[in-house]
Design a protein around this ligand. Structure first.
Ligand code: SAH
Length: 245
């Protein structure tokens, strides 16, 4: 029997936002690997081995999945949201670079609904024009690089989606990000805090940048800063499709 690896996105939380393709892969899997809370979202069944692990163990997890597939097993690595967005798909290819014997393996990345798109849809259409996504965690890149990209994105006129606004290791990071945004953007610029989107804990809050405080974000929050045209219509937030010449 030939083994395979799938890297699957479980979406932002709601089971209705898991794609049928991901559901089918999980039904065929012999092994599911991933960060503890994500593996916890997969229903146990006879014949399925669950391998929950810590969130700092991405590379070890990727090698484990490769080993399982080489042994003929069907391994699904699960991520929240989309596996290609600040998640396990890149970690798998990083591991694969060191494993020439595994490079012919049957590997597929199964997309999911990333937090940014789920949050934007809840709020309206804040990403209706050009936008970018930035990971505010400095685990894998120096803070100076986070800061540089933040300034360039703001100066480039993009709406910006921020993942990992707060990390336990660096509780003051988001305060520094807000300070930079205040230097680069006007005080009335709209900012959205979307917490635990599509779960029972969901909370959304839109306010001007001048009123935002660091404690409005935590590890379960996706932050969107609009571009200078982003505005509110009724209870919705949107970025118009046209940009003035
Ligand atoms: N691969 C994931 C992102 C992993 S990084 C994806 O595509 O969504 C983890 C960060 O994603 C969190 O710190 C938070 O910023 C964001 N996030 C994940 N799920 C979320 C949700 N349901 N609501 C709001 N933000 C979420």
């Amino acid at each position: 029997m030939s083994g395979w690896v799938r890297v699957a996105g479980l979406g932002p939380g709601d089971a209705a936002l898991v794609t049928p393709e991901v559901t089918a892969a999980l039904a065929e899997a012999t092994d599911v690997l991933g960060y503890v809370p994500y593996v916890g979202r997969v229903a146990p069944r006879a014949g399925l081995v669950l391998h929950p692990s810590d969130n700092r163990e991405e590379i070890a997890r990727a090698h484990h999945a490769i080993d399982l597939a080489l042994a003929g097993r069907r391994a699904v690595i699960v991520s929240s949201g989309d596996p290609g967005v600040f998640a396990m798909a890149a970690a798998l290819f990083e591991a694969l670079e060191a494993r020439p014997e595994a490079q012919a393996l049957d590997i597929r990345i199964l997309p999911g609904i990333t937090a940014m798109l789920a949050a934007a849809a809840r709020a309206g259409a804040p990403l209706g024009h050009d936008f970018c996504a930035i990971n505010l965690s400095d685990n894998l890149k120096p803070w100076s690089e986070v800061e540089r990209r933040l300034r360039h994105a703001a100066r480039g006129g993009f709406a910006m989606a921020f993942y990992n606004p707060r990390s336990r290791a660096r509780p003051d990071g988001f305060a520094r990000a807000l300070a930079i945004l205040r230097e680069e953007c006007e005080p009335a610029r709209l900012i959205l805090f979307a917490r635990a989107v599509s779960t029972p804990d969901e909370e959304l809050q839109t306010l001007p940048l001048s009123d935002a405080t660091p404690d409005m974000a935590d590890m379960r929050t996706l932050v969107i800063v609009g571009n200078e045209d982003t505005r509110q219509v009724g209870r919705w937030l949107y970025s118009p499709r046209k940009v003035a010449p």
